[in-house]
Design a protein around this ligand. Structure first.
Ligand SMILES: [Zn+2]
Length: 324
């Protein structure tokens, strides 16, 4: 990488080719190692392609058929055919079907039942599956999923908010459980969930936004918590929260754009976690989504709450009403 110039503009065609190539890598060892991530990979790739104005690159019929085959009798979805269902994968499935405008291909009432069954009636918290501990990530998955299905009435929203607020820290941020340290990923989940249920007034927006801004390092990149390395996926978690709180202008956008663009692979496309590392589909979506939030030209706008293209969120009638 050192001898090659770091890219300073968005390599759209290369990224489209890179995402397309993942679909045909079935003989690669890498493909089998990531089997449990297959459904999430489809969500990351499809959303990235849509933001790049190339959503039709993946065959709609194949995508929908695959998602449908990951649904279980209890309504939940697994990361791949034959694996156990999980709340996170259930959200990915719904997000993919919303992008493809294909919610009518699955039993949505069963999805609602599954999500509802993951809430603890006592605490309002959610578990990811029958084995896993509670985590604010799962609160976001449940609330985002039911909001996209217009069925928030199925859960105890008041209790869900109470649990999220128990995870708020003195620095204005949120952790995964009560008392756990603030982390940008969890902050996105909690701010996003509170935005959906019209409860942003519970956040100390100035205090939290200062914490979020302090994540920007000298090289322009953002980290997820103090003393950690910068990473492109954190630019999404931090930026989306700042955007929802109406304070995106509090960070140096030019330096961050430069950092994100430098993490592209100039030969075969895709984004890495930071310049010079190996690319992957997860960081490719969050690099592109981050650039979209920063207003980079020639990209569709991304919705900071749902991490879906904005036009998709508008198409299902979820108007952007969450600014503080
Ligand atoms: Zn990362």
């Amino acid at each position: 990488m050192t001898s090659i110039e770091k890219p300073n503009n968005l390599l759209v065609d290369l990224h489209v080719k890179y995402i397309q190539s993942l679909d045909t890598k079935k003989d690669d060892l890498e493909y089998w190692f990531t089997e449990h991530l297959r459904l999430s990979g489809v969500y990351w790739g499809l959303t990235a392609l849509d933001l790049l104005k190339n959503v039709n690159t993946l065959n709609r019929e194949d995508v929908v058929k695959y998602v449908v085959s990951c649904q279980h009798d209890n309504g939940g979805f697994s990361g791949h055919i034959g694996h156990d269902p999980h709340l996170t994968h259930t959200l990915y499935a719904v997000q993919i079907l919303v992008i493809e405008d294909a919610l009518d291909s699955v039993n949505t009432e069963k999805i609602v039942e599954y999500v509802k069954s993951r809430q603890d009636p006592q605490t309002g918290a959610f578990t990811g599956d029958e084995w896993e501990e509670i985590d604010t990530r799962f609160s976001y998955c449940a609330i985002s999923c039911l909001s996209l299905l217009k069925r928030l009435d199925a859960i105890d929203v008041k209790k869900a908010i109470e649990f999220i607020m128990l995870c708020k820290n003195f620095d204005g941020g949120f952790g995964n459980t009560p008392g756990a340290e603030s982390h940008a990923g969890q902050i996105f989940c909690c701010v996003g969930a509170l935005a959906i249920v019209n409860s942003l007034h519970l956040i100390d927006a100035d205090l939290l936004s200062w914490w979020l801004c302090e994540r920007q390092l000298k090289n322009g990149g953002l980290n997820g918590r103090p003393e950690k390395l910068e990473d492109i996926c954190y630019s999404w978690w931090v930026l989306s929260a700042l955007s929802i709180l109406g304070r995106l202008h509090w960070i140096n956008k030019e330096k961050l754009i430069e950092f994100i663009l430098a993490a592209q692979d100039p030969e075969s496309g895709g984004f890495a976690d930071r310049p010079g590392d190996m690319v992957d589909i997860f960081h490719t979506l969050f690099g592109i989504a981050g650039l979209s939030l920063l207003g980079y030209p020639d990209l569709k706008s991304v919705d900071p709450v749902y991490c879906l293209p904005k036009y998709v969120v508008q198409r299902i009638g979820l108007a952007e009403k969450y600014h503080i």
